[in-house]
Design a protein around this ligand. Structure first.
Ligand code: ZN
Length: 411
């Protein structure tokens, strides 16, 4: 059904917005004298903003929220991997639905995921009606049979008939995947016209080990030498980056995903934003998994990204509210090839209605500043993805069942 939002605030103006099918059809006065039925929303106390794009997470890890805390990356990963080995497909389905519920409630309509049991993730994504790039995770330790199965799945699903869903090979990281496995993943991505997701240059240990193993090459130089970096590579973290690394990332058009909360929690370091910006690297925003965050809230991630940069760099070089908002919306959408991320006629209707009567959005000197520095998910009233309402009045249909299932996971 078409959606008509009456008297809504967009920037400094109050107007109507008509969503027809999956697109924003009209911004301006809309006469509601029509024969066919429309869903009408009173937007008089709301602002319409683009929805969020979370470019790196491990959605079903929500099930391990609070399970293992206060350790650095490697010992933390070992604990998590032991626990993850117990998870079954149905757990992943329940965990992914919990994650998507949390994302919808905090205004996110797209996530790039990297986890196990991709068929169950697909089921959860389609059940909830959100956009996703589902990363099929590769590690050498999977063994050749599972690796082959993963490639077969990608070959089969690369033309999957759902506009909201796409897939990608996701070699986990350089310390879990051989150069040969990276090359095979890259070839699969090229053959099937897919993105490729990986973790890259997350910790100093990763950089030092890489230099020792690969004749002094940094992780970015190493992947570049393998020929796997291109404009469809989504590289999470990119914390420890040299000038040459930044030039390579920019030159190859790699999408670097900033995950400030995870980087702080696992003591990984701070992304060199001024250097990346100066060299023209494409930078988006992600939450990482719930074990290293412990939520998937992009409003919180935007604030942390900006504040962390202000702690590390002087104010001229740090991330502004406008910059981080764009990283979380229009940049994320653009980098993933989705014609959304802005409130414009003709663009896909991926948007949120923010409650301007919420105390955190009041007074409204600057809506972007309020949403980045002041808001939390309670300010988000309505979420629309591809022209469909996923949440209204801060309620998602069926949320009680999703929470009950996830609660039962802790016995
Ligand atoms: Zn990650």
């Amino acid at each position: 059904m078409d959606i008509l939002i009456k008297d809504v605030t967009i920037g400094n103006i109050v107007t109507d917005v008509l969503i027809e099918g999956n697109k924003i059809k009209t911004i301006g006065f809309v006469d509601n004298n029509v024969v066919h039925e429309r869903h009408i929303i009173d937007g008089s106390s709301m602002a319409l903003l683009p929805a969020f794009y979370n470019l790196h997470c491990h959605a079903a890890m929500c099930l391990l929220r609070g399970f293992c805390e206060d350790l650095p990356l490697m010992p933390w990963l070992r604990n998590i991997w032991d626990k993850e080995a117990e998870l079954k497909g149905e757990d992943i389905y329940d965990g992914t639905r919990l994650a998507i519920l949390e994302m919808i409630k905090s205004g996110t309509v797209f996530f790039a995921d990297m986890y196990w049991f991709h068929e169950d993730i697909l089921r959860a994504v389609e059940n909830m009606g959100i956009r996703a790039n589902i990363g099929v995770t590769f590690m050498d330790s999977l063994g050749e049979k599972k690796i082959q199965n993963n490639f077969s799945f990608l070959n089969e699903y690369s033309q999957y008939d759902n506009d909201l869903v796409s897939f990608s090979p996701a070699p986990h990281a350089i310390y879990t995947c051989s150069g040969e496995l990276y090359r095979r993943c890259c070839q699969n991505a090229l053959d099937n016209n897919l993105y490729l997701q990986t973790h890259l240059s997350e910790t100093i240990t990763e950089v030092e080990d890489c230099k020792k193993l690969h004749s002094g090459l940094t992780p970015v130089e190493y992947l570049h030498s393998l020929g796997v970096l291109n404009n469809k590579t989504i590289a999470a973290h990119c914390v420890h980056i040299t000038e040459n690394d930044a030039e390579i990332l920019a030159g190859r058009g790699v999408i670097a995903v900033h995950n400030p909360c995870s980087n702080m929690k696992l003591s990984s370091g701070v992304m060199n934003f001024p250097l990346m910006k100066e060299k023209g690297v494409k930078i988006a925003l992600g939450t990482d998994g719930c074990s290293s965050n412990n939520n998937l809230d992009m409003t919180e991630e935007m604030k942390l990204a900006s504040l962390l940069s202000k702690v590390r760099w002087n104010s001229e070089n740090s991330i502004t509210a406008k910059e981080v908002f764009e990283m979380a919306t229009s940049k994320g959408a653009e980098f993933c090839g989705v014609n959304a991320g802005k409130i414009r006629e003709g663009m896909l209707a991926d948007c949120i209605l923010v409650n301007l009567n919420n105390e955190r959005m009041t007074p409204s000197w600057d809506i972007i500043s309020n949403i980045v520095y002041g808001a939390d998910s309670s300010c988000i009233d309505t979420v629309i993805c591809n022209g469909k309402i996923l949440m209204e009045n801060h309620y998602v249909e069926g949320e009680e069942e999703i929470i009950a299932k996830a609660k039962a996971f802790v016995k």
